[in-house]
Design a protein around this ligand. Structure first.
Ligand SMILES: Cc1cc2nc3c(=O)[nH]c(=O)nc-3n(C[C@H](O)[C@H](O)[C@H](O)COP(=O)(O)O)c2cc1C
Length: 438
């Protein structure tokens, strides 16, 4: 595979030498594209020797082959490691005054970014806004991790280890080798350049309804619950089993839709309902940030987006690289939480014309009046076409095969209150979607 390895001006550039070596040894064609500042940290001869290709930062070399266009077009994947705060800002603005900037604009390949910087720079609102914008455009992120930084500092901002990045690259290439989420939904192209190499979209299941209002539509469904790591063994999660979202995916496929299911930590026994369905492609996601990237990439090609996954509102600042041990601390640790982006609001903001957006709201409420009030407030805040509100508590809503949904439309009116199996509630929801489409 052709990989462009962008390297920018941080101390972690030295770690990318190991990454380049791993990629070359795995048999990939690696073209290193450093920034001028990156070469202050690791020089050109190192990159040329490791990658076995000439290295330049400039668009004015190899002009006859228009190097930036050639590199961008030929790439199967672009990896930027380390990515400085400056480069993230430049990517957000689409600046193209060096070889890396122009290559990034000229490529349709997936872009994986491994940020590295001091904690203050990483947490600065400017950097976080840039990251959010890039994620929305489908740029993929790995890290940063929490750990030792330059000098005596430590905290979030450390570049992921070369082996971690290498493993992620292998996953991404395996994905683009088969079929990509974007191709499945015909949207934002995260995959290969050669249309002949693209696999077909998910086919419609043989027994599916091919005449109803959902037949042939591309539907993105999220299900399950996100997990936010605290350390390598612990996470903050929720009790969502994914049953309701999986039932929606299965019901949509039965109505002839092509479905991509973003599966957040769903047990295989629950996924079994769609495992052999050719019309459903399951894409695993873990954290809210991963779900956000996948949702934005997938929604670009979907006529209907149904976000049923329970997403953590917060993530942990300073995820520990090692297991937090009781014997190493003076007392109970304090977890600092950072707010996660509002995925549904972002999808509404970036929606394509005519796209139907459906949200879910799991609420604890004293009675149905309070439940509906909470639902209507959420509907107004989010701006979705339909909101499916369900009551949750210690013993209701989760991990059961039954559910009660209050389906509210954009005006705030109750479309239907449906109690039954999760398959029945899924069908009622899709009836409401079909009505909005009409
Ligand atoms: C010793 C040193 C280490 C640096 N490390 C980082 C870093 O890890 N992350 C970062 O964002 N900037 C870092 N910088 C600042 C960048 O080098 C600077 O913002 C530069 O303009 C980045 O240019 P580039 O993004 O075009 O490579 C460092 C600067 C110095 C002098």
């Amino acid at each position: 595979m052709n990989i462009v390895l962008g390297v920018t001006g941080g101390i972690a550039a030295y770690k990318s030498v190991a990454l380049a070596r791993l990629l070359v040894e795995a048999g990939h064609e690696v073209h290193v594209v450093p920034t001028d500042d990156a070469l202050r940290f690791v020089g050109k001869p190192t990159w040329e020797a490791i990658s076995r290709h000439p290295v330049t930062t400039s668009v004015h070399e190899d002009v006859p082959e228009v190097r930036h266009v050639a590199l961008g077009q030929r790439a199967d994947l672009v990896v930027i490691a380390p990515a400085t705060a400056n480069t993230l800002a430049r990517m957000t603005a689409g600046l193209a005054d060096d070889l890396l900037g122009t290559t990034l604009l000229a490529t349709r390949a997936p872009v994986l970014v491994a940020p590295a910087m001091h904690t203050e720079m990483w947490q600065h609102a400017a950097t976080q806004d840039n990251v959010a914008i890039l994620r929305r455009r489908g740029v993929l992120f790995i890290g940063p991790e929490s750990g030792r930084l330059t000098g005596n500092d430590s905290g979030p901002g450390r570049m992921s280890e070369p082996e971690q990045i290498f493993a992620r690259v292998a996953e991404l290439l395996a994905d683009s080798d088969s079929d990509s989420l974007a191709q499945d939904l015909g949207g934002q192209d995260l995959g290969t350049q050669d249309p002949g190499a693209q696999n077909p979209e998910p086919t419609t299941a043989l027994s599916a309804d091919t005449s109803g209002p959902l037949a042939g539509l591309r539907i993105l469904v999220s299900a399950g619950g996100t997990r936010e790591p605290i350390d390598p063994v612990r996470f903050i999660g929720n009790r969502s089993s994914g049953r309701q979202g999986v039932a929606v995916a299965a019901a949509a496929a039965a109505r002839g839709a092509k479905v991509v299911l973003l599966s957040a930590n769903i047990d295989d026994s629950v996924l079994a309902e769609v495992a052999d369905n050719p019309a459903v492609r399951v894409v695993p996601v873990g954290t809210a940030a991963e779900l956000e990237s996948a949702a934005h990439a997938g929604s670009a090609g979907a006529e209907v987006v149904i976000m049923a996954a329970a997403v953590s509102d917060y993530r942990v600042a300073g995820v520990s690289e090692e297991k937090i041990r009781k014997e190493d601390s003076d007392g109970p640790p304090t977890l600092t939480l950072l707010e996660n982006p509002d995925i549904l609001a972002g999808l509404v903001r970036d929606r394509r014309p005519g796209q139907v957006l459906v949200g879910f709201a799991a609420e604890t409420a004293a009675d149905e009046v309070e439940l509906m009030e909470r639902g209507r407030r959420k509907l107004a805040r989010k701006g979705v076409d339909l909101l499916a509100v369900n009551s949750v508590g210690w013993s209701e809503g989760f991990e059961s095969s039954d559910n009660t949904l209050h389906i509210i439309e954009a005006s705030g009116a109750l479309v239907e209150r449906i109690s039954g199996t999760k398959q029945q509630t899924a069908d009622a929801l899709l009836d409401a979607v079909a009505a909005v489409l009409r």
